[in-house]
Write a protein that binds this ligand. Sequence first.
Ligand code: UD1
Length: 412
Amino acid sequence: MDIKVSGGSIIKGTVFCSGAKNAVIPLLCASLLSKGKVMLRNVPRISDVFDICHILRYLDCKVVFKGHTMLIDNTNLKYKPLFLEECQKIRGSYYFIGVFLALFSKCEILLPGGCKIGSRPIDVHLQAFEDLGFKYFIEDNILTVYKIKVNEEASLVLTKKSVGASINAIFAGLRLNHYEIKNGLYEPEGLDVIHFLQKLGYHLTLNNEVIRYEKSKLDFKLTKHTVIPDRMEAMTYAILGLLKGEVTVKRVNTNDLTCPLKILKDAGYQISYTETEIYAKKSYGKEMHIITDVYPGFPTDLQSVFGVLSLNTIGKSKIEETVFEKRMQIYYDMRDSGAQCEISGNQAIVTGTNKIHSKNYNACDLRHGAALLLLALLGDKESIITNFDYVLRGYDDIINRLKALGGKITII
Ligand code: UD1
């Protein structure tokens, strides 16, 4: 899908934050681990969710999705190989591996894909599965994980801080009687998944980054859960306010955004917040220095949108990406649009400017696409953004929401 964006508009209004993409994907996969039906509330209507639902229905689950509430009934769940194209479209389809190992002790899946922001190996996941007693092989782009003899108990140390591998190891280990996993990374989205598993009846405890599990008997019941707010979406709209007018974002959890909010405050932007709300008004800040890191550090998923914000600074900002190798495309787009950007490897130095010449852009991934939208809104004329579908993978109803705020956007 391609869109046309006009630069001149003023943005003003209120948005309600959606449920977090990076929480809802593992939650939907984890719904298979329930003994009864699951009701998820605050589910974002994004394409990644529709793709996961497609996989759930292929597995003979009943899925009813009305508004932002989803009811999942896994009574008829059957083991099937996951050779669906949706698995290659979404990175988060890797959570089916852990869930399948917990349920069936095996999984055959097309290697998970997702945004092209670097090599994105799953070696840490695979190592964890091996440490839990599973074996694997990869042939013709298909990963097969199976059990020879699953240990009764395991104690493992993840070899790298990885959001996905930590949750996947938790899932896969539910086959065992007891486990302990060290060096996990539980960002707010991971904690939401752990809370959900606890609600389902799994005896999991988290203490000082060590997660422990004791085998537990599950009851048949309806489990209700509300997905936490999407901190990336909330911050994208707040930055839109800082760049283009005035935006209030409601139903946020600002405790999950301590680091980015502090950077904005320290730079002097007009931003204020309570625990659940952010108010952001057009303003120019001082230069920023941003280095992406694991939580509670600065999130890599906000690096590109902060890159665009750095155009609204007095001075030079330095942005460094440390998590993924290929997330610097926005700085080339900003440079092509007339901004002064010095790019070297995974670092960019951006000089603030209020002159952005509208260009046509091509979205390369979800977060890059969102940043392009902000850049196009700063432009002096009209821009076309091709491959905007990427953005719909993670931002609920973004085109209509932006129109409601005053943005001039049309789908071509
Ligand atoms: C998840 C999010 C993504 C977010 C990222 C960091 C989902 C579906 N995706 O991605 O939106 O940008 O966290 O917050 O939730 N790595 C390895 N081997 C592995 C796993 C990861 O080398 O087996 C590397 C990655 O290439 C990356 C780093 O570890 O450089 C962090 O990756 P990880 O935290 O696992 O991110 P994802 O689960 O891919």
